[in-house]
Design a protein around this ligand. Structure first.
Ligand code: NAI
Ligand code: UGA
Length: 438
């Protein structure tokens, strides 16, 4: 099948690469010529395990092309997948400006009877709106399908090739069947729905997962207050199949390019329709507080943060990505900066993106050792494997005070107790102090 994909972000690129891998002819279009130039050289503009290999392989095989020309990309495509960004507007609603421009780009070049697929996350009703825009710009017949995406950054290729489900929303049976056919080689369960249900499934899924995280974070805070252990509690809850083990990891709140914006967008949609979705307001409020947790704990332990050296380990919103969008590290760095602490951060891959947001409010180390040297405290912000494997005895030896605030519960109790001197503050578990009087 000949497929055009608009947008080479996480979603467009992963989709394009995976569809080419299963034998389709894919041309990816982006308005960013630097991205397209890099992609043509086989360089991925994002850090995503496994992506570059498939990119090089399928480009060499001639299944995968890149262009900045909408005409070149769209004019021969049977299926046109729109995967442009839908960021957050100031009022919480989804900003559809990229999508609307993409719709115009599509209408200018589509060939008759092609299928336009919206993969971007869009509020209920947007597919219908886009359909009316394309109809206003072209007389050529076309069909629309809503096909939201559920991949996670850091495992985008695996999530696409082995998805739990594919949602195909359309009022047109023939178009739905053609998209089902396009995905058949992936051998993934497919659910056909109407367009509005497909749009809602995406937001409901993200909002539910975000709420699950806020719930477990509140339970963790309560565990700390009553002396319970969140790891055991989450384990015990997760064994119940109705609850499930996934997304019960307590920490310092969710971040990323989607949960924060999608929860707010759903709340906005609810408001527009007179539904008071107060649960989502709480999900957001709990998350905002949770992102301050390490700072609050450090204030209460160290009293005065002015001129204290804090080593921040991790900047990206989660491991295996260099994405800094809505990362908890941003709020933490701002709070520490306001408190006049000296922050030295290390992240295996997110340094360049972090610099664009945090500038010189913090310093950037090029290794863990450099960050922790003479630090008054370490904040573990992202659970990179590199940090989980740290030798805590070595780490604490190089610090001014052996105090660790672990926002991601990276270490087992026996590893911490093996240190000769440490003060270790996890999330939702009792603090551990070894070899010190506090
Ligand atoms: N990042 C993720 O993990 C996931 C994102 N989504 C949703 O997918 C959509 C895309 O997200 P990302 O891939 O993260 O976006 P992104 O913002 O990283 O990339 C979007 C790309 O689209 C390009 N673009 C904008 N207008 C264009 C046009 N008219 N023609 C061609 N290219 C154009 C931009 O230059 C950019 O490279 C969003 O709606 C997002 O909510 C859904 C599931 C997962
Ligand atoms: O719509 C999207 O963009 C995507 O959003 C999330 O994917 P992603 O943002 O890549 O990352 P997640 O692995 O879901 O993590 C999101 C945030 O939640 C946090 N999290 C996750 C799981 C958990 O148990 N605890 C927890 O605090 C992570 O640290 C991270 O900050 C969803 O998991 C994807 O299904 C969805 O497609």
């Amino acid at each position: 099948m000949k497929i055009a994909v608009l947008g080479t972000g996480y979603v467009g690129l992963s989709t394009g690469v995976c569809l080419s891998e299963v034998g389709h002819h894919v041309i990816c279009i982006d308005i960013d010529d630097q991205k397209i130039n890099r992609l043509r050289q086989g360089i991925s503009p994002i850090y995503e395990p496994g992506l570059e290999d498939l990119l090089t392989k399928n480009t060499a095989a001639g299944n995968l092309q890149f262009t900045t020309s909408h005409q070149e990309g769209i004019e021969n495509a049977e299926v046109i997948i729109i995967a442009v960004g839908t960021p957050q507007r100031n009022d919480g609603a989804a900003d559809l400006s990229y999508l609307l421009q993409a719709a115009k780009d599509v209408s200018a070049h589509l060939k008759p009877d092609s299928i336009v697929v919206i993969k971007s996350t869009v509020p209920v009703g947007t597919n219908d709106y886009v359909k009316s825009i394309i109809t206003n710009h072209t007389k050529k017949p076309f069909k629309m399908v809503s096909n939201p995406e559920f991949l996670r950054q850091g495992s985008a290729i695996k999530d696409t090739m082995k998805a739990d489900r594919i949602i195909i929303g359309s009022e047109d049976k023939e178009a739905a069947l053609k998209i089902q056919e396009m995905y058949r080689p992936l051998n993934v369960p497919i659910l056909m729905t109407n367009v509005r249900s497909a749009e809602m499934i995406k937001y409901a899924s993200n909002a539910f997962l975000a709420t699950k995280i806020s719930f477990i974070n509140e339970i963790a805070n309560l565990c700390e207050a009553v002396g319970a252990n969140i790891i055991d509690v989450a384990n015990g809850m997760g064994k119940d199949k109705r609850i499930g083990e996934a997304f019960l990891q307590a920490g310092i709140g969710y971040g990323g390019s989607c949960f924060p914006k999608d929860v707010k967008a759903l709340l906005h949609t609810a408001g527009l329709h007179g539904v008071d979705f107060s649960l989502l307001r709480e999900t957001i409020a709990i998350n905002d507080e949770q992102q301050k947790l390490l700072f609050t704990k450090a204030c209460s332990r160290l009293k005065q943060l002015k001129d204290k050296k804090i080593a921040m380990l991790g900047l990206s919103f989660k491991p295996e990505t260099d994405d800094m969008r809505e990362a908890p590290s941003i709020k933490i760095a701002h709070l520490l900066h306001e408190a006049e602490a000296k922050v030295v951060a290390y992240d295996p891959v997110a340094k360049d993106n972090a610099k664009k947001i945090l500038g010189d409010t913090i310093e950037y180390a090029s290794s863990v050792d450099q960050a922790i040297e003479n630090a008054d405290a370490v904040f573990i912000v992202t659970e990179w494997n590199e940090f989980k494997q740290l030798d805590l005895t070595e780490v604490t030896k190089h610090m001014k005070q052996p105090i660790i605030f672990d926002g991601r519960n990276c270490f087992e109790e026996n590893k911490i107790r093996a240190c000769s001197k440490i003060e270790y503050y996890p999330v939702g578990k009792p603090a551990i102090v070894v070899g010190l009087d506090t």
